[in-house]
Structure formats: C-alpha cells, structure tokens
Write a protein that binds this ligand. Sequence first.
Ligand code: NAD
Length: 397
Amino acid sequence: MQNTKTSPHIKPENINITEISAAHHPQYMGHEKIYKIHAPKQNITAFVGIHNTALGPALGGIRFKYYEDENAALTDVLRLSEAMTWKNAAGGLDHGGGKSVIMAPSVNLRRPTDEILAIFAQGLNIVNNSQPVYFGAEDMNMDETSMNKLLKTTKWIKGGTAPSPEIVGGTPSPLTAIGVFECMKIAARHKLGKENLEGVRVSMQGLGNVGSALAQYLHEQGAILTGCDVFDSAFEDLRTKDVQIVRVSLDEIYDAPTDIFAPNAIGSTLTDTNIARLKTAGVQIVCGAANNQQQDQSGGHQSRLMHDLGILYCPDYIVNAGGVIWVAKVGQDAKTVTQDIRTGVPRRFEEILKIYESASDQDMASIAARYARQRVEAAQSQNSQNTGTETHNMIGA
Ligand code: NAD
C-alpha cells in the first residue's frame, strides 16, 4: 500500500531564509515583508511576497515557473502579491495579499518535484514561525496533488483534497469560471442590452482550467465561441464535451470578429496595440480570468484607453475572485460557498459598474482600485486604533 505520509525530509537548518529589502524595486509598492527561501544543496530558490496584512494573514497562490534570473522572479512575486491585496479585499475576505514563486530549475520541468515541494513547505514553516503571515494555494503549474504534497510538511496551505464533495477543498478553477461567467452576463446586459449570452460572440484566449470551464458554460448558454491555446489538447478536450469553438492562432485572436474578449491565459496581453486590434474586431467588453491583464497594471493606462474607446473593461481581480474565495473557505459547506460565489462576485462587479455608469469620466480599474483600497485603509485605521499606534500608509502609491 502506498504510504501517503512519506515526503522527502528536508531539515529546516538546511534552508536559508533571508528577509529582503526591495524598497528601490519599481514593483515594491509598500510591501510589508519579502522573503527569499534558498536551499543551497539543491540550489532551489523561492520568493514569498507579503504585500499587506491589514485584513488578516496574506493568502495567495504559489507559482512554479522558469525565470531567467532572480530579479525576474522577484518582479513577478511583487506584482502578484500586490494584486492579491486588492483581490482579497474586494472579495470581502479577511485576508491580506501575498504570493510566492518557486524558480523552476529548468524550462522543461512543468511540475515541481517532491523534493522542491518539501523545500518550499519547510520554508513556509519558517516564514510563519513566530506568527501566521501567509497561506499558500494553487497557482500556475501547481495542482491539487501539489497542495496535498505540501500539506505533508506544512499546515500553511489551503486547497488540498476535500474529505468529501460537500466540503470546500481541491482545485478552485471551476469556481473562478462561475464568477467570470456571471459577471460576463451582467456586462452583456449593461453594454449589449442582452438578457443572456445566446448568440453573443466571445473570443477566448486560453482554454486551460478556467478557460475550458468557462467555454462550457458559454456554450450551454448559446454563445458563439472562437478561441486559441498553445495546446491542441485544449480543443480535443472541448470536443469530447461537445463544446463548439472555432480555433484561431495565438495572434489571430485579437482580430477575430467578436463582442466579448475573454483573456484566460497569461497576464499583460492588454497592450495598447492589442486593444486597438480588439476594437477593430468589434469588441465591446473585455471580461476574463487572467491575472494582471493590463500591461500597465499598476498605472491602469490600458483601462483608461478602453474607457476612451468605449470598451467595457471588467477588472480582473473583481471578476476572477471566485477561486480565492473558494480557497479561503476550505472546510466549509461547498453548496453555500458556491452560492456565495455565484451571487457575491457579480454583485460586487455590478456595484463597481453602477459607479462607472454614474461617473462619466472614471475608468473601471480606478473605480475597482478605490473600492478595494477603502476596505484595506479602514482595516489599517482600525488596527492602529487597537494598538494605539499611528496609521502608516503601508500601501504603495
Ligand atoms: P492554466 O494553466 O490551466 O490555463 C492557461 C491556458 O492558457 C493553458 O491552456 C495554456 O496553454 C494557455 N496559454 C498560455 N499562453 C497562451 C497564449 N499566449 N495564448 C493563448 N493561450 C495561452 O491556467 P488557469 O488556472 O486556467 O488560469 C488561467 C488564468 O487565470 C491565469 O492568468 C491565472 O493566473 C488566472 N486565474 C486563475 C484562477 C484559478 O482558479 N485557476 C483564479 C484567478 C485567476
């Protein structure tokens, strides 16, 4: 019988944890703590970024990815952990923003080995040693199995397999897709005057965990789908589920005639050039799950551009919050949490949309940022009153 308790044993003394000062890094944005985890013998490096814990211990995914150098990994973790502060705050969670990246030792290694996971898990134990500051969860190239393996060494993980389907646990992707789908319906009602998505054209960039689930919901509603993905298997999977979708190349997706563009792959695909192409292709709404969709995510330049061009941008961390809400509620009743996501994510999106529609010269990302920031600032002010300290602006400009 397989011994599920066995995992490579990594002694804490064989791991170096350094707290890094990155105040001069362009993506620093007032991070509270940044840790570097390094195992010299195996030459494995990871970074944990903790942007803000005013609302509670940080929660955010663990990404396993090949980076050219440490600065590229650090830049990614800082961008991602800041975004988690806003996503968790806007999603109504009592969690701050954090994220981690593990540097894959080779471009060809798709999933972390058991040894890499054990090193990272031991690192998390040390990071959380004196007080809980960060919970990790699933992100790129990690899955439910990886979470189960991490849980053998550390308790600072959310999203291992649930003991039964009635209990929240396991992969969050289907819940992310539900939230995006519900927001897309609201966007279509406001922008296209459609009560549902029947006959609406949607172009889909990326058909992985979230994209394929979203494609299924859209197909069931009668939407007309065009899509692209790196892998043929993404289309084969959809074919087995009878989902009809016209395939275009990775580059052609920006020119495919459509009403809604749904980015569900990588970040930064909303560049000025791509937005101009989307506009020419007829796009009226951008709504998808990918994190950090705008090339200038922190400055919000592309959100402004879409506003000027009459494209309704559905801010990524508002519409894709279903996954992190699911993960934050591990162990709770699955039916209740699913319903909370199905109604709560679109409700928050609609609140932002209503502000947008009543204020003619504000773009969607700025309104979303203000919405999330208010909750963090209120918590900071409350925390400082409780401790009798002055309020510091821990949030980057
Ligand atoms: P995934 O890795 O399962 O799927 C991504 C898909 O995009 C893959 O099939 C990949 O082949 C494809 N792809 C990669 N580069 C592409 C390109 N240039 N053009 C078109 N397709 C490309 O990831 P996922 O879990 O489905 O997540 C998708 C996005 O949503 C990511 O940005 C992720 O950070 C974000 N997100 C995911 C969740 C979640 O619950 N999984 C939650 C919030 C946000």
